[in-house]
Design a protein around this ligand. Structure first.
Ligand code: SAM
Length: 295
């Protein structure tokens, strides 16, 4: 093992993983650096992860493993819902979450609400391998708006599935407020009575207090709340996900039933299938010991 001081990495991105831990990612070149109204946006070519999106210094998704993150976020909820026709995405600027929802031929309309229109424009231009043209799908509608404002102005009882693909709950202020009981209570009004919500939830090992708070908030609003996580190499940690609903329970699905839904709906994935669904949902999520709160 060579110590960092002996390794000539050139440009690196030091990605905070926890209050006192960081991952060092070698950078081949920086394709874009821009300050939008909401965040600093970088499109970077990493030595080990290919092209990726970085917001305020945090890796959001990379060519090498974005499919792991996005399929894990979207597919369990979409597959658990018996007939997902109308979906709402909050966040998801790269367009990959939108891509994942549109894979299901039951879907008639997806509304993607992201606060940062400049970021979405950069994604359209530089991240085509992520959105793969999903922004132009006739079923897709992109709304540039704060998710919190959007849900307050939208009629109720609309959506079968809602996916929150936001910046981390301990990340920039713009995303943090969309992990609260108030937000989930408002969001639930937009969902049909058998609607399903899925959200990324940061990392339970390094941010146990924040994670516990999100789980508690969802449990106050929904009858069923299920937890799972999966390793995302370019994040340097396992990303936690939560699924919530009053009507459907992802834990009840079998390997066979998931694979049958994917087959019937014509969904092909690189990572997610029935075996993975059961393994993730039955796997134990580890809550860290670090009682230090960050931010
Ligand atoms: N994969 C990333 C992760 O795991 O942290 C998250 C993906 S995505 C890039 C995060 C998105 O959330 C960004 O496009 C950002 O603009 C959006 N966002 C943050 N706060 C928001 C808000 N209040 N309303 C709508 N979108 C928001």
């Amino acid at each position: 093992m060579k110590w960092l001081s002996e390794v000539k990495l050139g440009i690196v991105l030091l990605q905070g993983v926890a209050p006192n831990t960081a991952m060092v990612a070698g950078v081949r070149r920086v394709i874009l650096t821009a300050r939008t109204k909401y965040q600093e946006v970088q499109i970077v070519e990493f030595q080990d992860f290919g092209r990726g999106l970085v917001l305020d210094g945090y890796i959001q998704s990379t060519e090498a493993d974005e499919h792991i993150y996005h399929e894990s976020l979207v597919q369990p909820a979409m597959t658990t819902h018996p007939d997902p026709r109308r979906a709402l995405i909050i966040g998801g600027g790269e367009g990959a979450t939108l891509r994942e929802v549109l894979k299901h031929r039951t879907v008639k309309e997806v509304i993607m609400v992201d606060i940062d229109g400049e970021l979405v424009d950069f994604a359209r231009k530089y991240l085509d391998f992520m959105h793969r043209g999903s922004f132009n799908d006739p079923r897709a509608k992109v709304v540039i708006e704060d998710g919190l404002k959007y849900i307050r102005e939208t009629p109720s009882n609309q959506f079968d599935v809602v996916i929150n693909d936001l910046t981390d709950p301990y990340g920039p202020e713009i995303g943090r407020k969309l992990y609260s009981v108030e937000f989930y209570s408002e969001l639930k009004k937009l969902m049909k009575t058998d609607g399903i919500l899925a959200t990324q939830a940061g990392n339970s090992f390094f941010f146990p207090n924040v994670y516990r708070e999100i789980v508690g908030s969802l449990r106050e609003v929904f009858r069923v709340v299920r937890e799972y996580w999966t390793w995302i190499p370019s994040f340097g940690y396992a990303c936690n996900y939560l699924i919530a609903s009053d009507a459907h329970d992802p834990l009840q699905l079998s390997v066979e039933s998931v694979n049958e839904v994917l087959r019937v709906r014509g969904v092909s994935n690189k990572y997610y299938d029935g075996t993975l669904h059961v393994a993730m949902l039955r796997n134990k999520v580890v809550i860290g010991w670090n009682s230090q709160t960050w931010g």
